[in-house]
Design a protein around this ligand. Structure first.
Ligand SMILES: [Zn+2]
Length: 127
């Protein structure tokens, strides 16, 4: 994710994103997904923030096989439910532009994209 987007989320949710400024956390190396998931992550962080659980810390945010993968410290059932909801949602949101998307498979890649972004992705792969 572009740094501008990452920083917006980190500034909005500093407690959850403490790891962004700590070399011992994978999150230090950034949010490993594309900009289309900005709102998805924003909504997820907002919900996690609203649980008022001061102990939870995001360890890493990634995309794998077209799905959001979140690693988190001190998760409980409520936190797990919130995260699972957004993991399921991630396979319906284009990772590049944020519009509606589906899981698409191409040359061993699996990505959640809309049809337009799929064309861009195909061009990138076949060139
Ligand atoms: Zn798209």
């Amino acid at each position: 994710m572009d740094m501008d987007y990452e920083r917006k989320l980190v500034l909005k949710y500093p407690e959850l994103c403490k790891g962004y400024n700590n070399k011992n956390f994978e999150l230090y190396y950034g949010f490993e997904c594309s900009n289309g998931w900005f709102m998805l992550l924003n909504d997820m962080l907002l919900e996690l923030n609203n649980t008022n659980n001061k102990n939870i810390e995001i360890l890493s945010i990634k995309e794998k096989g077209g799905k959001l993968v979140i690693n988190i410290n001190n998760e409980n059932e409520i936190v797990k439910d919130i995260i699972n909801k957004y993991i399921l949602k991630s396979i319906t949101v284009c990772e590049y532009c944020g519009k509606n998307g589906n899981i698409r498979k191409i040359r061993g890649y699996q990505k959640t994209l809309c049809s337009n972004c799929m064309k861009i992705f195909e061009r990138k792969i076949f060139n």
